[in-house]
Each structure stands twice: as structure tokens, then as C-alpha cells.
Design a protein around this ligand. Structure first.
Ligand code: HEC
Length: 147
């Protein structure tokens, strides 16, 4: 019994430590550090665009898409981070920042927003909601934008 309680305490302590590490990986602007340097990643859309069709309305504004790694065959490798910057209508700064990151063969989706060019980003949405639409781009590894 005592050993069980101890093991339980250890698990709780460990998960608390993981949470601390995860939040420490956020940069000063509120974005996760795995997106650092996105400005230098290759852009995978030809020109800044507003719409690619009806599904595009999920994110409105002027958009660009950057990928940290190139596709190998039909798939992006593990560790790839894809960022979509969105300048919302009537604004001049990136106000929404959508991210896909491939971990163990699966994409994780998360999106941030901010209300001015200097504000910190905060979480807007993530997970299944995003996945449920991106599944329409399954033939291109869940990525709508093609070079
Ligand atoms: C209703 C459909 C839909 C939903 C929901 C959606 N997206 Fe998208 N997403 C798109 C489309 C379409 C594109 C292609 C670019 C465009 O038209 O904006 C796209 C592009 C992207 C890109 C650039 C890579 C690519 O696939 O072209 C990222 C990153 C992204 N979305 C992240 C997210 C995240 C994070 C969420 C959830 C918070 C989300 N998306 C929810 C439709 C959707």
C-alpha cells in the first residue's frame, strides 16, 4: 500500500515537472519555441493569399504558410512545423498564428491570436476541431497548401 502511494506521489510530481517544462518553452511573445525562426523557413504558398475556397473561411485575412522541413515523398518528416500567418482584415500585423507540428507521425494543431502588433499571443483553439477539417487534405499529408 505504502509503495503504491509513493508511486502515485512520484507520478504526480513528475507530471507537475512536465507542465513546468512545457510552459517554460514558450517564448516572450507567447508562441511555443518550436516555432522560433519561422520567418526564415521556406514559404510554401506562391503569393500571399486570402482564400483557397470554401474551407478557407476557417481563417480569414491575408495568409502565408511556412514549413520548417521539406516533404519527403508524400509526407512531411517528424519534427516538421508548419506555420500559417494571418493578417486579419483591416489590420496590418499578424493577428493569428496557426501551427501544425508533426510528432511521432501525427500532426498536432494549435492556433494563437493577439490583438496588436506588440501584444503577446494567447491560445485560440487546438486539436480535434482543426483535425476534422484538415482530414480533407489527407492525400497531401493533411496540408492544404501545396508548393
Ligand atoms: C473548416 C476547415 C478548417 C479548419 C476547421 C481549420 N483549418 Fe487550417 N486550413 C484550412 C485550409 C483550407 C487551409 C489552406 C490555407 C487557407 O485557405 O487558409 C488551412 C491551412 C492551415 C495551415 C497551413 C498548412 C496547410 O494545411 O495549408 C495551418 C498550420 C493550419 N491550417 C492550422 C489550423 C489549426 C491550428 C486549426 C484549428 C485551430 C485549423 N487549421 C482549423 C482549413 C481549416
Amino acid at each position: 500500500m505504502r509503495a503504491k502511494i509513493l508511486a502515485c506521489v512520484a507520478v504526480i510530481a513528475l507530471s507537475a515537472a512536465v507542465v513546468v517544462v512545457a510552459s517554460a518553452r514558450t517564448t516572450a511573445n507567447g508562441l511555443p519555441s518550436y516555432t522560433d525562426g519561422w520567418q526564415k523557413w521556406p514559404r510554401i504558398n506562391k503569393k500571399p493569399f486570402r482564400s483557397t475556397g470554401p474551407l478557407s473561411s476557417a481563417h480569414t485575412g491575408v495568409k502565408n504558410v511556412y514549413a520548417s522541413k521539406r516533404k519527403v515523398g508524400s509526407k512531411y518528416p517528424n519534427g516538421t512545423v508548419i506555420v500559417k500567418t494571418i493578417v486579419k482584415p483591416g489590420t496590418k500585423y499578424v493577428g493569428q498564428f496557426a501551427v501544425m507540428r508533426k510528432v511521432n507521425g501525427r500532426w498536432r494543431f494549435i492556433e494563437y491570436e493577439r490583438s496588436s502588433a506588440k501584444a503577446r499571443y494567447s491560445l485560440l483553439a487546438q486539436g480535434q476541431l482543426c483535425q476534422s477539417c484538415h482530414v480533407m487534405a489527407k492525400s497531401n499529408d493533411f496540408v492544404f497548401t501545396k508548393r
